[in-house]
Design a protein around this ligand. Structure first.
Ligand SMILES: NC(=O)c1ccc[n+]([C@@H]2O[C@H](COP(=O)([O-])OP(=O)(O)OC[C@H]3O[C@@H](n4cnc5c(N)ncnc54)[C@H](O)[C@@H]3O)[C@@H](O)[C@H]2O)c1
Length: 349
C-alpha cells in the first residue's frame, strides 16, 4: 500500500483514521479531499490534524477528477452529508453528494487502477427493526434520505467490483468517542457532554430504542482491514455490519453507563416522547468471522472515559451545546446565515 486517498478526512472520524493508517501502513502517502465544512470545529487539537497527512485537496466530491486518483491504491470514501437531520434538511443534495458522487468516484477509481474502494455505509439502512438482530441478509428499511443514500450507493456500486477492484461497504452503527473534531449530535457523546456540562442527562425518547454503538477508533480499525481485504475474504463486493453483537444497547442503558462513571449525574427520561423511529439491533457475526484480527476493542466504559477526559481537558462547560458548533446541522446553517454557503451546499465565492 503506497497511496491512500481519504475523502471527508476533515470531519469527526477522519483525524483518527489518519493516525490508524499511519500505524498500519508506515510510509504510506495519505491524501485528503474535503470541502472543509467543519474545518474550524476543532476540539482539543494541539495542531491542525491535517498537518499529519501528505497532501490536502480542498474541494467538493461532486467535482472530483480522474487526476485526483492517479497512482492511488485505495480510496476511503467518508465525505457525506453524514446524519439524518442534515439529510432531512438537504434531501436532494444528500442524494447528489452521498449517492451520485460516491458512484462516480468508484467509477473514476476503477478506471484509474485503484485496487480497493472502502465506502462508509450505515446500519441505519435497517431503520426501525423490531425483534431479532439484523444481519446482512435481513430486510432493509431505510427511513430517511441519509439511510436511502447509503443503500442506493451500495446497490449502484456492487456490480463494479471484481478481483482487481475490491469494494467494501462498511455498515457502521452509531459512532461515539473523542476526536479532534468531536461531534455532540450523537447519542453517547450527547450524554457525556450533558453530564460534564450540567450533571444532567436528558433522554429525548422514552429510552427504550435499541442502538448499536462503535467507537471511532474501532471504525478506523475496520477501515484499515477493508483497504487490504482480498476478494477471497468475503467476495469482490462486500457489505458488512461492523461492530460487536454484544454492543447493542438501549438508549437508557447508555445513560446509566455514563452515570456509573459520574454518580452525581441525574437522568431525565421523557416519558411523553413519541416512539423513536430508529431502533434496531444488529448482528455482527460476519465481521467476527471475516476480520478476527480487527474486531472492535474500545468498550463503552473506555469511550465514555475518553470523552469525559477530552471534554474536561477543553474546559467544556457549555450547557447549551445542542445549539453549538458541535452540532453539524447548526454549523451548516450558520454558514448559510452568513451567506458563505448556498442551499446546494456549495461555497459562495
Ligand atoms: N458518525 C457516525 O455515527 C457514522 C455512522 C455510520 C457511518 N458514518 C459515515 O462515516 C462517514 C464519516 O462520518 P463523520 O462522522 O466523520 O462525518 P462528518 O460530517 O464529521 O465529516 C464528513 C466530512 O465530509 C466532508 N464533506 C461533506 N460533503 C462534502 C462534499 N460535497 N465534498 C467534499 N467533502 C464533503 C465534510 O466537510 C466533513 O469534513 C460518513 O460517510 C458517514 O455517513 C458515520
Amino acid at each position: 500500500m503506497k497511496k491512500i486517498l481519504i475523502t471527508g478526512n476533515m470531519g469527526y472520524i477522519g483525524p483518527t483514521l489518519v493516525d490508524t493508517l499511519h500505524k498500519a501502513y508506515p510510509g504510506v502517502e495519505l491524501i485528503g479531499y474535503d470541502a472543509c465544512f467543519f474545518g474550524h470545529c476543532l476540539t482539543g487539537a494541539d495542531v491542525l490534524p491535517e498537518s499529519r497527512i501528505d497532501f490536502q485537496y480542498y474541494g467538493d466530491v461532486r467535482d472530483i477528477q480522474a487526476a485526483h486518483l492517479e497512482g492511488v491504491d485505495s480510496v476511503i470514501h467518508l465525505a457525506a452529508v453524514s446524519n439524518d437531520p442534515m439529510g432531512n434538511a438537504f434531501e436532494q443534495v444528500t442524494d447528489e453528494i452521498n449517492h451520485q458522487s460516491s458512484v462516480r468516484i468508484a467509477q473514476l477509481a476503477k478506471e484509474a487502477g485503484v485496487k480497493s474502494y472502502v465506502f462508509a455505509s450505515s446500519c441505519s439502512v435497517y431503520g426501525y427493526a423490531e425483534g431479532a438482530a439484523r444481519d446482512e441478509n435481513s430486510e432493509l428499511n431505510p427511513l430517511t434520505a441519509y439511510a436511502k443514500s447509503k443503500i442506493n450507493t451500495e446497490n449502484s456500486i456492487k456490480e463494479m467490483a471484481n478481483d482487481d477492484f475490491v469494494i467494501t461497504s462498511l455498515r457502521f452503527p452509531t459512532a461515539c468517542g473523542m476526536s479532534e473534531r468531536v461531534r455532540l449530535d450523537l447519542v453517547l457523546n450527547d450524554f457525556v457532554a450533558a453530564a460534564v456540562a450540567s450533571k444532567k442527562i436528558t433522554i429525548l425518547s422514552d429510552g427504550t430504542p435499541w442502538r448499536p454503538l462503535i467507537d471511532i477508533k474501532d471504525m478506523s480499525r475496520a477501515m484499515d482491514w477493508a483497504v487490504s481485504r482480498p476478494s477471497d475474504n468475503g467476495g469482490a463486493f462486500l457489505a458488512i455490519n461492523v461492530g460487536r453483537t454484544e454492543w447493542n444497547y438501549q438508549v437508557k442503558d447508555l445513560a446509566e453507563e455514563v452515570k456509573k462513571q459520574m454518580p452525581d449525574v441525574t437522568i431525565e427520561i421523557n416519558t411523553d416522547a413519541a416512539p423513536d423511529k430508529r431502533s434496531y439491533q444488529v448482528d455482527f457475526a460476519r465481521f467476527k468471522e471475516l476480520a478476527p484480527n480487527h474486531l472492535p476493542q474500545v468498550d463503552l466504559a473506555q469511550s465514555i472515559r475518553e470523552l469525559r477526559e477530552g471534554l474536561e481537558a477543553m474546559g467544556f462547560n457549555n450547557t447549551d451545546f445542542r445549539n453549538s458548533q458541535f452540532m453539524r446541522l447548526k454549523v451548516l446553517n450558520a454558514h448559510m446565515e452568513k451567506n458563505l454557503l448556498g442551499k446546494n451546499l456549495r461555497w459562495i465565492r
